[in-house]
Design a protein around this ligand. Structure first.
Ligand code: CAA
Length: 283
């Protein structure tokens, strides 16, 4: 199946990045959120990224305008009626996703694939909210979306292999590398990553070393582009905690129990870059 029109649901950090990359690679995109203020906020992030590319000479002003022309905005899900592929990137809350998927299933034509960018919620369960579970799949982009090469493709138990093939083609056209895995808690990426981040937070909690030292040891010693605590701040500490809880509940294994320091930071509203404070401070 050829995908031409994509609806991105959720204009936050991930949704705006997905919409940008899709528009840059020639797709007609609609960026949606629950109100126009949030949609405009997402669009401004895209504009900023494109302006930076223009100022670095990586894109012409004309190309930037063409990309922006390919992005339509919506504060409702009606554009699902026209979409070949919907990529959902709303808040990581199963009951919110249930509402969104039920509505999308109602509106979208029967050929439309419904993908979710969830970082850890069960795709098989999300698929079960629809009458087209074989057309539901995980398309897990990495943050920052315009930079990171990977799209983790997660097949629900019900996913049709033709759907997997189509979304892999879309990811490739978007300049990404799709890699498949099964639908288990945390998938491949976050089952590994979150354990590392949590362990770094335990080290900070126990006073093994200050945050800078923990991060620099991992950067200089393992060649990681950023340390685990800085990465947690980039992802958002609320998201890190939510994923660890999914792993902890999903496997029932204490190795995934979130560090109390992480819970305290989330309670304090210190969620990382997005709130200006996490393990580091951001201006
Ligand atoms: N949006 C768009 N572009 C961005 C960006 C953003 N938010 N942040 C950085 N960039 C671009 C810069 O413009 C720059 O582009 P050019 O090469 O064209 O000049 C390039 O990325 C490099 O940026 P910087 O020079 O500013 O900084 P850097 O070299 O330190 O790279 C980084 C920044 C790309 C974030 C790098 O540190 C990195 O790769 N970090 C690890 C990120 C990571 O692990 N992401 C996965 C998180 S897990 C996840 O997303 C899944 C989940 O479910 C939680």
């Amino acid at each position: 199946m050829e995908v031409k029109k994509i609806l991105v649901v959720g204009a936050g950090q991930m949704g705006s990045g997905i919409a940008q990359v899709a528009a840059q690679t020639g797709y007609d995109v609609t960026l949606n959120d629950i109100n126009m203020e949030l949609v405009e906020k997402g669009l401004n992030v895209i504009k900023k990224n494109l302006d930076r590319a223009v100022s670095k000479g990586k894109m012409t002003e004309d190309d930037k305008n063409k990309v922006l022309e390919r992005i339509k905005l919506a504060d409702n899900l009606e554009p699902a009626k026209e979409a070949d592929l919907v990529i959902e990137a709303v808040v990581e809350n199963l009951s919110v996703k249930e509402q969104v998927f039920r509505k999308l299933d109602e509106l979208a034509p029967s050929h439309t694939i419904l993908a979710t960018n969830t970082s850890s919620l069960p795709i098989t369960k999300i698929a079960s909210f629809t009458k087209r579970p074989e057309k539901v799949i995980g398309m897990h982009f990495m943050n920052p979306v315009p930079v990171m090469k990977l799209v983790e493709i997660i097949n629900a138990l019900q996913t049709d292999p033709e759907v997997t093939k189509t979304v892999k083609e879309v990811a490739e056209k978007m300049g990404k590398v799709p890699i498949e895995c099964k639908d288990v808690p945390g998938f491949v990426s976050n089952r590994v990553l979150m354990v590392m981040i949590n362990e770094a937070i335990w080290e900070l909690y126990e006073g093994v070393a200050p945050a800078e030292n923990i991060d620099n040891i991992m950067k200089l010693g393992m060649n990681h582009p950023m340390g685990p605590l800085a990465l947690a701040d980039l992802i958002g500490l609320d998201t890190v905690l939510a994923i660890l809880n999914v792993l902890y509940e999903g496997y029932g294994d204490p190795k995934y129990r979130p560090c109390p320091l992480l819970k305290a930071y989330v309670d304090a509203g210190w969620l990382g870059r997005k709130t200006g404070k996490g393990f580091y401070e951001y201006k």
